[in-house]
Design a protein around this ligand. Structure first.
Ligand code: SAM
Ligand code: SF4
Ligand code: F3S
Length: 509
């Protein structure tokens, strides 16, 4: 008879659950972890109580984020320790990773002895061995060394059936903004080569991917000092802008975009997104990439830009070590809007940075009116250990930070409401992500399903369809009929192109 560990003589598949906190880097890392463990026979589960392996991919960007990861870890202890304080036979292996693992370096074992191992973002490719080690009974080990080499090479790993993928083009950050922990959790900047990214994206496109998001903390630094970069002629990349001749060892982001546009293997790739960029290095060439093709434009580049600004006050920006002036930011946004009026803009903002006055906060409010973002990600300042800003007194009281945060968000809601309403009546192309979690758009007694997706400007669009068709991962035209400050809704437009794309689609089971 087969043992519990085997079915028909084959080892039973182990189940893995990964809890992810933080930014897109962590989301992409989680995808990679699942894919690497799948190669080893582990299948994903949505229930940690079911899992043989539980991994926590934590974020340390703010104090609250660290607490969330640590308290999730605490909730898992009953799976390891029974009422008698003993480890049950079927206890899962538990690992703490991501930026939280990188900084903790194993201190957490004192508080959470039931945790098996700690690992950092540079140890992800070793994860199958780390899990093996823990499954063999090795406990309390730590893998947080940064890869010492200057070059960065990787292959994107995704699970099948996806139309959008994150692609890491670089890792680390050399900017050292005074408040930010990321350079300490992700190490120094390193880039992949353009050729490697092209080969990687070509494979993704062959698997059906139609939209990629190029990831880096500051993609404008892509290629700087890469020892493996090759000298490129601007014309080789169809880049009429390349004012400064490229040098060996210095590829750049603009070249990457143009190379992606020109590569015939990427013909079916429809949208290129990227995140994030730094205003200091947000070059004229990159602005031009949003323009028409004969002026340096990249037609596949999505009409959306996330450009974190952090504050509307020059004095605060200087204290944050951002090295850019607010006038420069506004100028670049104005150039971009003139070149591409339909562009959707979003940003990150911090309120309550040490010494920030009410007047300086008002400058941030004013910036929202001037730029008119579609969306903002705003945070109350949280001192991070070891950063330069953590040596300054955290002198804006929590109540004031929260009040500024609420006022900022309220102010933005009105702007977003106005901007979203301008879209009513337009037909927008939507890449459908799947069925909406919230099906409330369907009136009682009405048939159909609510689908959700995003436009090139990164706006969320919901639409109802009454057929049995599966729209997931398809591009569809939607006529916008209503708006809120957060999303748009509309109805499918049934034109000839659309009918053709549908004929290649599938029906819901
Ligand atoms: N690399 C991007 C950039 O340059 O802005 C993103 C960095 S971080 C992962 C995402 C956002 O978290 C930042 O843009 C900033 O607004 C916010 N953030 C970073 N450190 C913070 C802190 N100590 N307190 C509050 N918010 C913080
Ligand atoms: Fe942090 Fe600044 Fe680097 Fe962004 S650019 S990751 S905010 S140090
Ligand atoms: Fe957090 Fe690390 Fe991203 S600190 S925001 S998960 S790079």
């Amino acid at each position: 008879m087969d043992s519990v560990e085997s079915i028909n003589g084959q080892p039973a598949s182990k189940k893995v659950f990964i809890k992810t906190f933080g930014c897109q880097m962590n989301v992409a890392d989680t995808e990679r972890m699942y894919a690497l463990l799948a190669e080893k026979g582990h299948s994903p589960t949505e229930n940690p109580n079911d899992a043989d392996v539980i991994l926590i991919n934590g974020c340390s960007v703010r104090d609250k984020a660290v607490h969330k990861a640590v308290s999730f870890l605490g909730e898992q202890q009953f799976l390891k320790v029974n009422d008698l304080g003993l480890r049950p036979d079927k206890a899962p292996v538990i690992g703490l990773g991501g930026c939280v693992g990188q900084l903790d370096k194993g201190e957490v074992f004192k508080r959470a002895p039931y945790l098996d191992f700690v690992f950092g973002p540079d140890a992800i490719d070793q994860l199958p061995e780390l899990v093996d080690r823990a499954e063999r009974g090795d406990r309390h080990f730590v893998q947080v060394e940064f890869d010492p080499t200057l070059s960065y090479s990787t292959e994107t790993k995704i699970q099948g059936g996806k139309s959008a993928a994150f692609v890491n083009i670089m890792k680390g950050c050399d900017k050292y903004c005074t408040y930010c922990i990321v350079p300490y959790t992700r190490g120094r900047e390193k880039s992949r080569t353009i050729d490697e990214v092209l080969d990687d994206v070509a494979k993704l496109v062959a698997q059906g991917v139609r939209e990629v998001t190029l990831l880096g903390q500051n993609v404008n630094s892509f290629g700087k000092g890469n020892p493996n970069a090759k000298a490129r002629e601007p014309k080789e990349l169809h880049n009429p802008i390349g004012k400064v001749g490229p040098r060996a060892g210095d590829e750049n982001f603009n070249q990457l975009l143009h190379a992606m546009e020109a590569d015939p293997r990427l013909a079916r790739l429809k949208r290129i997104r990227f995140t994030s960029s730094h205003p200091l290095d947000f070059s004229d060439e990159l602005v031009s990439a949003y323009g028409s093709k004969d002026h340096g434009g990249v037609s596949k580049l999505a009409k959306h830009l996330h450009l974190p600004v952090q504050s509307g006050s020059n004095r605060v920006l200087q204290k944050m070590g951002r090295h850019h002036k607010i006038e420069h930011y506004i100028e670049q946004m104005n150039r971009l809007k003139a070149l591409c009026p339909e562009v959707g803009l979003s940003t990150d903002l911090i309120v309550g940075f040490p010494t920030e006055t009410e007047e300086e906060f008002q400058e941030t409010l004013k910036l929202l009116d001037v730029v008119e973002f579609d969306n903002i990600y705003a945070f109350a300042y949280s001192p991070r250990p070891g950063t330069r800003a953590s040596k300054l007194p955290d002198d804006v009281p929590n109540a004031v930070k929260n009040d500024r945060l609420n006022r900022l968000l309220k102010h933005q809601l009105k702007i977003a409401e106005r901007r979203y309403a301008q879209r009513v009546g337009q037909v927008m192309e939507v890449l459908v992500e799947g069925m909406a979690k919230n099906q409330n758009m369907i009136a009682p007694g009405q048939n159909g399903r609510v689908w959700t997706g995003r436009t090139t400007c990164n706006r969320v669009v919901n639409f109802i369809d009454t057929s049995a068709r599966n729209y997931a991962h398809q591009f569809v035209p939607v006529k916008i009929t209503a708006s809120t400050s957060l999303s748009l809704s509309g109805t499918l437009v049934h034109d000839a192109d659309f009918a053709e794309s549908l004929s290649q689609g599938s029906l819901l089971q």
